[in-house]
Design a protein around this ligand. Structure first.
Ligand code: GDP
Length: 478
């Protein structure tokens, strides 16, 4: 059974861990949250001795060597670190975002902090970084639902006012089919395409609606076009067993195949093996979109935390990790606001996380929150003098970005007054009108790296990446 297999994996994992200590860190978050940029910056800073004052092992000079090694899992694509760094540093463009799971092994050799341990051995820790789309995590609830239940839930949600318009075309299309008619591949395909278009529209919507499963419909990985993805919910289904050979039977079978061949193996082979997890969230985008989007972010975070909840509460699957002991919820891209607002951003994310923790009835792992920028694309400054001085951020906006009607060419550095985040975190949960001063937001190019006197390129600048590292790795390098 799955349970037995996981127990065995855990045991063999522990045994080999004594010989070669490893730590598997999962990096997730919805698409565009900043996973690729985060992993690239983390690895670059460790390989190149970046400035990480809050990361104790690095600060005290105990890390003697850090290097990339071959990853242990041959069947998982490698995280293309070198390509991403070339894009970031040489071309100053953002790297290609995460589309599927990938993995990278970084090994750190260090001197133990205690003199006693230092006498016996040098420490060595292999860190397996596993990058995967947050969309895939949101599939977990499907494991507890039959096809008929799934269909009913999806139609109910699609008729809600915020989604009614987006789902209109697909619902109209679905209303023309008879679930009891003979199965037909073209009908299945056109329904699946129309349903996928609705899910995608929800994602692209400016109201930043939360992501709905099935996750592979949005992030197919290598499954694009396969039968396990060519299904869609059908309207007005009863719980009665479908007629053999009917469209209903075909769709139900594919839904079950999706669960057993896609969702379960993903959780079993990847999520259950993680030791630690960082969840990246784009809190500023949600705040800018208003209270409804903030509520939606909270809901997505609740669902993600539910995947990592331990113990009795999670009978849903028997597949859930019981190893994860630390989870970091990180709001990325803090370089879009002045440092005076960083603590405010962190306080806001803490409120959202606390509410999600309460709703998910979460227990088990230690959860912390940080507001950070994996790559800092801006500098700070002030414009004006005396009491008129305004704190600004400076950077090179991407070509084509606009603010106040001005259009940027991707070459010119510009000062922007981003605005302030609310001092009272709770105000972001209030009515949509309350956010009358959204953050002024443009996307910047990655920074130009300075060289030191020896002509060596300095490491990538960041905001509070060192705090994230300390939480995720610090105790393992003691
Ligand atoms: P993924 O889909 O989670 O892999 O997201 P990416 O890591 O590709 O990030 C998506 C986009 O967010 C990037 O192309 C950047 O425009 C932006 N971004 C991510 N991290 C940062 C950051 O630390 N600072 C800034 N300024 N932008 C970031």
């Amino acid at each position: 059974t799955d349970e037995a297999r996981i127990a065995l994996d855990t045991l063999t994992g522990r045994a080999s861990n004594l010989v070669n200590p490893t730590l598997r860190i999962g990096v997730t978050g919805l698409s565009r949250a900043g996973k690729t940029v985060f992993i690239s910056a983390l690895v670059h800073n460790l390989l190149h001795g970046g400035r990480l004052p809050m990361f104790e092992a690095q600060k005290s000079g105990r890390i003697t060597r850090a290097f990339l090694e071959e990853q242990p899992d041959d069947a998982v694509p490698r995280f293309q670190y070198e390509d991403h760094i070339r894009a970031l540093i040489d071309e100053r463009v953002w790297p290609d975002s995460t589309r599927a799971i990938s993995e990278l092994r970084l090994t750190v050799e260090y001197e133990s902090a205690s003199g006693w341990n230092r006498m016996f051995s040098r420490g060595r820790l292999s860190i397996d970084i596993v990058d995967y789309p947050g969309e895939w995590l949101l599939d977990l609830p499907l494991l507890g639902k039959s096809y008929a239940e799934f269909s009913r839930d999806v139609f109910e949600l699609a008729a809600f006012p915020v989604r009614a318009k987006l789902s209109e075309e697909w619902r109209a299309r679905a209303a023309t089919v008879d679930p009891n008619a003979d199965a037909d591949e073209m009908t299945a395909r056109s329904l699946a395409e129309s349903f996928t278009a609705y899910l995608k529209a929800g994602k692209d919507d400016s109201r930043a609606l939360s992501t709905l499963p099935p996750g592979r419909f949005l992030m197919p990985g290598d499954l694009e076009g396969s039968p396990a993805l060519t299904f869609a919910p059908l309207p007005d289904l009863s719980d009665a067993k479908p007629r053999g050979g009917s469209l209903h039977a075909m769709m139900a079978r594919r839904y079950e195949a999706y669960k057993s061949h896609v969702v379960k193996p993903f959780f079993r082979e990847h999520v259950t093996r993680l030791d630690r997890q960082i969840v990246l969230v784009d809190a500023m985008q949600a705040m800018n979109a208003g209270a409804e989007a903030v509520a939606d972010l909270e809901r997505a975070l609740t669902e993600i935390l539910q995947c990592f909840r331990q113990g009795r509460g999670n009978l849903l699957t028997g597949l859930v990790s019981r190893r994860i002991d630390r989870i970091l919820i990180a709001a990325t891209k803090a370089d879009h606001i002045h440092h005076e607002s960083h603590d405010r951003l962190q306080a806001i994310v803490r409120r959202i996380a606390d509410r999600a923790i309460a709703r998910a009835d979460f227990s088990g792992a230690m959860v912390d929150v940080v507001a950070m920028a994996a790559v800092r694309a801006t500098r700070e400054g002030t414009v004006g003098e005396g009491s008129d001085a305004l704190p600004v951020i400076m950077g090179t906006p991407l070509a084509g970005e606009t603010i106040d009607g001005e259009r940027f060419d991707g070459k010119t550095e510009t000062a922007i007054f981003p605005g302030d985040l609310p001092a009272k975190p709770d105000s972001i949960f209030q009515d949509p009108e309350s956010n009358s001063h959204p953050i002024r937001f443009v996307r910047f190019r990655p920074p130009r790296l300075e060289r030191n006197k020896a002509g060596v390129t300095l490491s990538l600048p960041h905001i509070r990446l060192d705090r994230a590292l300390q939480f995720l790795l610090g105790d393992q390098l003691a």
